[in-house]
Design a protein around this ligand. Structure first.
Ligand code: ATP
Length: 135
């Protein structure tokens, strides 16, 4: 009989942020957004600095995802990413400050490298604010 759930693991270098059986996984790949339901074929994608969402017992849980990759095989989905947070655990004030700092750095950047770093920091702060606002 086909499985009805996906075993989902969200892993950073620090910890396992989330691990459980879920009904669906949605994420933002670097080439576009995608969704995975149980019994999908094996799949792999690099991830954008954005959000990912799982559905567990009919409820959505949203995470901020700082890039990385997702692998799906045999009804197991693993995201490896530099940092990730459950939207409900995000410190919104901290993310707003990080956004302001990044915007100021973009304004005063002298080199392409400075601009790249500031844009990445801005994308991270925006992903956190997006995940937090959808709780
Ligand atoms: P900041 O400039 O606010 O420190 P950052 O983008 O430099 O943010 P990271 O290096 O990506 O932070 O993350 C460091 C640690 O802090 C990680 O464990 C990450 O999950 C956590 N973290 C970062 N920002 C937040 C936030 N707004 N709310 C909760 N945890 C956060």
């Amino acid at each position: 009989m086909p499985d009805k759930t996906i075993h989902f693991k969200l892993i950073t270098p620090e910890k396992i942020v989330f691990e459980d059986d879920v009904e669906a996984v949605y994420a933002q790949g670097t080439k576009g957004s995608f969704g995975i339901l149980p019994n999908h074929i094996a799949f792999m994608s690099t991830l954008a600095i954005d959000t990912a969402k799982v559905v567990k017992n009919g409820e959505e849980i949203i995470f901020s995802i700082m890039g990385g990759a997702l692998q799906f095989k045999n009804n197991e989905a693993i995201i490896l990413t530099e940092a990730a947070e459950n939207g409900q655990d995000i410190d919104t004030a901290r993310a707003k400050l990080a956004k302001e700092r990044a915007e100021a750095k973009i304004g005063s950047a002298q080199t392409q490298r400075d601009i790249q770093l500031a844009n990445a920091a801005l994308a991270k702060a925006m992903a956190r604010l997006k995940a937090a606002s959808r709780q």
